[in-house]
Design a binder for this molecule. Structure first.
Ligand SMILES: Cc1cc2nc3c(=O)[nH]c(=O)nc-3n(C[C@H](O)[C@H](O)[C@H](O)COP(=O)(O)OP(=O)(O)OC[C@H]3O[C@@H](n4cnc5c(N)ncnc54)[C@H](O)[C@@H]3O)c2cc1C
Length: 318
């Protein structure tokens, strides 16, 4: 189907859409990196009906689509995205306590909102998510975490819908993770058409004052060690593999980049951060091509000079 044909089908659903719906919308406005050309369609659904409309149009047109959370781990190409970007921001935003120290959390809830709730109510172990700027859906997809733990240690159930499978139906799935469901910064159960809607997390009840001070300390530490004043995607590379064969179990990626003398190296308006060398920051109007050139340089030199393979944690989308 030609681009103008599939666009005309999406033009038909625009008047029925309750959320935001834009054509040729710059992705730099919806990513932490402030980088990325236009998406042919950028839809921010507000209701389940909006999602059904999108899913049905995708099934009809077979157009390429991408599920966007809060855009904190993404580098979209300068040419943008030829397809439909579905942004989960104003949907699935509830947090509900269930019996047995379980929380049911919507995929659109931000980590900062969840952590504020953890401080008020005393959800001890959730502090391992402190400083991660993503949505709960994105954190499940990425198995996000810190040195204190990751999503795999919290998630007991994942609910999702499958987009674009049927013109009349939005199939729902439930997944109960086991030890094979996640690895370092990866999940192994979501298919390319799955959109996470809700997640159940197990929390450890603790004194809220203690949880509050732990989270506040962790935030302070982040501010001191990370370049929070510039747009970035967080860590660009996963920590290289250790003896166990799992990424994140050996050297730190920042140590590799420091050994190569690349701290502070700049291409265009992208720079390997002076403050934390596993961050590439956007100094202002940086292009995706600048960031990619720095990534390629670090990868090539790590392999040729140190025999170390670096793998991207950032997801690069064309
Ligand atoms: C300053 C900074 C610090 C960071 N620190 C950390 C850190 O300490 N630890 C860490 O792990 N990460 C860190 N990150 C990276 C990032 O915050 C995490 O990867 C986070 O989980 C991404 O969530 P998101 O909602 O922004 O997802 P996005 O960046 O929007 O998307 C990431 C992936 O998740 C998928 N996705 C998003 N939502 C859904 C959904 N509802 N259903 C299905 N798939 C979905 C997307 O398709 C994409 O493949 C940092 C980033 C920044 C900018």
């Amino acid at each position: 189907m030609s681009k103008s044909d599939w666009k005309s089908i999406f033009e038909l659903i625009k008047p029925q859409f309750e959320g935001q719906f834009e054509f040729d919308a710059p992705l730099s406005k919806v990513t932490y990196y402030r980088i990325g050309g236009p998406a042919t369609v950028l839809a921010t659904p507000k209701s389940r009906k909006d999602l059904e409309l999108l899913s049905s149009a995708i099934a009809r047109t077979r157009v390429n689509f991408f599920v966007l959370g809060w855009g904190s781990n993404l580098l979209f190409a300068d040419a943008g995205f030829n397809g439909v970007v579905i942004r989960i921001k104003n949907l699935f935003t509830e947090i509900e306590e269930l019996p047995g120290s379980i929380l049911r959390v919507g995929a659109g809830v931000g980590a900062s909102t969840l952590l504020r709730r953890a401080q008020e109510k005393g959800y001890g172990n959730l502090s391992c998510l402190t400083g991660i700027p993503g949505s709960v859906g994105g954190m499940v997809a990425m198995n996000a975490g810190t040195h204190l733990g990751d999503m795999r240690s919290l998630v007991t159930k994942v609910e999702s819908v499958r987009l674009g499978e049927s013109e009349s139906d939005l199939p729902v799935s439930t997944y109960i993770p086991d030890e094979t469901s996640f690895s370092y910064r990866k999940n192994h159960f979501l298919g390319p058409h799955d959109l996470v809607t809700h997640v159940e997390l197990r929390y450890h009840p603790e004194d809220p004052t203690k949880v509050k001070s732990e989270i506040d300390d962790l935030y302070q530490r982040r501010k001191l060690t990370q370049p929070v004043d510039y747009p970035s995607c967080g860590s660009v590379f996963m920590n290289p593999k250790g003896r166990s064969g799992e990424e994140g179990a050996g050297l730190n990626a920042w140590q590799v980049i420091d050994q190569l003398g690349l701290r502070g190296h700049r291409i265009g308006n992208a720079q390997i951060s002076e403050k934390h060398s596993n961050f590439i920051v956007n100094l202002g109007e940086a292009k995706a091509a600048d960031v990619i050139a720095l990534i390629d340089l670090a990868k090539k030199r790590a392999l040729s000079e140190l025999g170390i393979e670096l793998h991207e944690e950032v997801r690069m989308i064309e």
